[in-house]
Write a protein that binds this ligand. Structure first.
Ligand SMILES: NC(=O)c1ccc[n+]([C@@H]2O[C@H](COP(=O)([O-])OP(=O)(O)OC[C@H]3O[C@@H](n4cnc5c(N)ncnc54)[C@H](O)[C@@H]3O)[C@@H](O)[C@H]2O)c1
Length: 434
């Protein structure tokens, strides 16, 4: 199938790189966002999100004359939906007395509705947003049928998840393997024809629900495996074992690959997507549900460790190092580190947080340090929450000169306790009961 013009709905971290990459590959692209501020920003030639290389790609797309932006869609050969699918803030589900989170699919619904007046015979519609299983068939297809056209017979409909890594989106968009699940094999083929315009990785065709499950399985697999690592950390703590040593030894088994424990699981994918399975089949997902619970409870486990190390927390000054949800990124969404800070404050500690990747971040209810010095200068203890390279390379002798603290709690196994002891610090590590 040939594509001269496409329409991309949602110009965020996924939609904007996708739209501008298509445009730089010769396709006429109309980028659509309901947020007029975003549309105005892009029309000015500016961008509203931080992603390496994105500014250049958007500039090239605009300069080529192939990329336009608007708050409303228009007729096109293909429509791509890349709108947010967060949790409902004010609704939850319940199964056997256990509460679970629900996906807020309102943006997908309204994006599909916005396409209806422009849908024509022979078009392709692709949903990219991470979604609960059967969304393409049971939510998107019926909305699009309001056009009088049927998915699979009159137009093609497919689901194609995004698996790009923030920070490397523009490269991974092109190089990663891509899954395209069609409501029919012809729809999958139409999707493959579209993405092969720029994708260099393998394009795997399947059905729509399989593609939806694949995306959720990938992130659920990681969540469950991190949960077991976190439980191993708690067990090691109880039994007088160093979990990091134990995992290192266990992983020498040729068929074992235990992930790292830590202060919890965050970000907007791994800590979110498993709930999409739970909400659609709570009776089938006790393991997934409990893994979520284990990981969500991990910040409290960190606080217990800090309490054991430091004693009563009321009035204690704590320097919290790192607020991002993982190393070397500036994304603080759903971060377990911020949850640890909130819980420490609940215990009465005075916490100052330093996040080198977002030095100007304003986090509600958290006192942000201006720099490392500012965080450390009057601290009673240091709690390391993210394995940023900057923190891993800290020289304990230099830190000694910056702080009166003698206690450090390392939740990510980053600092060598012997080196830090030589500099006068007592280091407690998460998952180390030795
Ligand atoms: N960001 C990632 O790294 C990543 C990775 C994999 C999957 N995903 C998934 O991709 C989807 C999009 O994520 P994102 O990070 O790009 O979100 P985002 O919040 O950065 O951007 C989404 C954009 O969609 C716009 N929007 C909302 N409703 C709309 C509508 N009805 N019509 C047009 N535009 C609308 C918003 O204004 C926003 O600009 C989500 O389902 C997410 O889970 C994201």
């Amino acid at each position: 199938m040939k594509f001269n013009k496409i329409c991309v709905l949602g110009l965020g971290y996924i939609g904007l790189p996708t739209a501008s990459t298509f445009a730089t590959h010769g396709v006429k692209v109309l980028g659509v966002d309901v947020n007029p501020h975003i549309v105005e920003t892009l029309q000015r030639g500016d961008i509203h999100i931080h992603e390496p290389g994105l500014r250049d790609t958007v500039s090239a797309a605009l300069a080529s004359g192939n990329f336009n932006v608007s708050t409303t869609p228009a007729q096109a050969d293909a429509f791509l939906i890349a709108v947010p699918t967060p949790f409902h803030q004010d609704q939850s589900g319940e199964y056997n007395g256990l509460k679970y989170k629900l996906a807020d699919m309102r943006a997908v619904t309204s994006a599909a509705e916005a396409i209806v007046p422009f849908l024509r015979k022979g078009n392709l519609v692709v949903l990219e947003s991470t979604s609960p299983p059967r969304t393409t068939l049971e939510l998107v297809a019926p909305i699009l049928a309001r056009s009088g056209l049927q998915a699979g017979s009159d137009f093609h409909l497919a689901y194609s998840p995004e698996r790009v890594l923030p920070g490397q989106i523009l490269r991974e968009l092109i190089e990663n393997a891509r899954v395209i699940g069609g409501v029919t094999p012809a729809s999958a083929q139409a999707g493959a024809d579209l993405y092969s315009i720029f994708v260099k990785g393998e394009i795997v065709q399947t059905d729509a629900t399989t593609a939806e499950m694949v995306k959720l399985m990938e992130n659920t697999y990681r969540d469950v495996n991190i949960a077991i690592a976190n439980e191993f950390a708690r067990l090691a703590d109880k039994f007088g074992v160093d979990v990091w040593e134990a995992i290192g030894i266990a992983n020498r088994h040729p068929r074992v690959k235990i992930l790292n424990p830590g202060p919890g699981v965050g970000g907007h994918c791994i800590s979110v997507d498993p709930w999409f399975f739970v909400e659609t089949a709570p009776e089938l997902t006790p393991l997934i549900f409990n893994a979520r619970k284990v990981n969500d409870a991990q910040p409290q486990f960190v606080v217990e460790l800090v309490k054991r190390t430091l004693g009563e927390l009321k009035g204690k000054k704590i320097a919290a190092l790192g607020l991002a949800y993982k190393p070397d990124v500036d994304d603080l969404r759903e971060s377990p580190a911020t949850e640890v800070v909130h819980l420490l404050q609940k215990e009465g500690a005075k916490v100052k947080a330093w996040e080198p990747f977002k030095p100007d971040a304003a986090m509600p209810g958290i006192e942000m340090a201006r720099n490392l010095d500012d965080a450390l200068k009057d601290a009673d203890a240091i709690v390391l929450l993210v394995r940023h390279t900057d923190f891993a390379s800290l020289n304990p002798l230099k830190v000694r000169e910056m702080t009166p603290a003698h206690i450090a709690v390392d939740t990510v196994n980053t600092w060598d306790p012997t080196e830090w002891a030589k500099a006068g610090f007592s280091v407690s590590r998460l998952g180390v009961g030795k």
